[in-house]
Design a protein around this ligand. Sequence first.
Ligand code: MRU
Length: 327
Amino acid sequence: MEVRAFYWKGDHLLLLDQRKLPEEEIWIELRNHIQVAEAIKSMAVRGAPAIGCVAAYGYLLGIRSGGDPEEVRRTLEKTRPTAYNLFYALSRMERALKEGRDLEEEARSIEEEDYRANLRIGDFGNTLVPEEANVLTHCNTGALATAGWGTALGVIRSAHRSGKRVHVWVDETRPYLQGARLTSWELLKEGIPHTLITDSTAGFLMREGKVDLIVVGADRITARGDVANKIGTYTLSVLAKVHGVPFYVAAPSSTFDLSIRSGDEIPIEERDPEELKLCSGIPIAPRKTPAYHLAFDVTPAENVTAIITERGIIKPVTEENVRRCLS
Ligand code: MRU
C-alpha cells in the first residue's frame, strides 16, 4: 500500500497522525477549519506541500460551514509561517471563492497537481543520481510530507525504482525526529537501503568520502534561489561545499515565493523552546535552562548546486534561471 498523509472523504479530512509514527498508525477525522489549523500547528501533519493541500481542504470545510472567508484564511495562515505552500494553496482557494468556482474541485486540483509535480521532480532528479550512490537527506520529504511520492525522497524513490543502487544516510532531524521516525519508516516500507545517523555525523561522513550527494526539500524558495528548509540544512550545505559534495534541493513550483528576492525576507518559524528540552516526551535538559527553537534556516543560493522542480532543473541557481524556469 502506498504511503499517504491524508485522504479527502467528501465531507471530512482523514489525517494520519504523524506525531505517533512509527509506533502507531492512527487516523484522525477533521471536520472544520479550526481542527485542521490545530493539526497543522501541532505537527500532526507537516511538510510544506502536505500542509498546503490540507489547508486547502480546511478552507473548504470552513467556507462550507458558513465561516467568514477572512477569518477562515487567517486561522489557517497563522499555523506555520515559513511553509510557502500554505499561502499558495490559500490564495488559490480564495481566488476560486471570489470567482465563484467549485472549492472542492480547486482543493482536489491542488492535491493532484502536487502529486503529479512530485513524479516529474522524481524523473528530473533521477538524472542527477549515479548508478550507485550514497545519498544523504534531512528531515522528511516523502509521501508523508506531500500529496504522495515526495520531493527529495521522491528523487530517491525514483532512482531506486529505476534500478539504481542507492543507499540513504538518514539524518535523525532534531527535535521532531522527522528523519528517524518518518523517513526511515517510508524507506523501510519501500525496501530502500538506509542507515540512520545523528545530525552531527553528516560532516564526518562527507570527509570520509561516504556521501555522493545530498538532496533535501524546501519550505520556501526566493526569486534568487535562497532556500528555507528544516533547521540544519544550512549547516549541511556549508559542509557539502567544503567537501565538494553536490547539494540538491527538490521542490515544486508552489514552494517558490517570487515576491521576495532574498532569504533574509523569509519569516522563520520559532517554536516553543520547551519542545527542545524533551525527547519523545522525556525531559533531557534542566527545567530552568533556556532554549532557542528555530524550526528552519536559510541556505543561500550560492551553496545550492541545483534546484529540481517539476518544470526542470535550475542550474546554476541564479535569479535569472529561477525566473526563466518558473515563468
Ligand atoms: O517542520 P516540518 O516537518 O514541516 O519541516 C519539513 C521540511 O523542512 C521539509 O523539508 C519541507 O517542508 C519540504 S517537504 C516536501
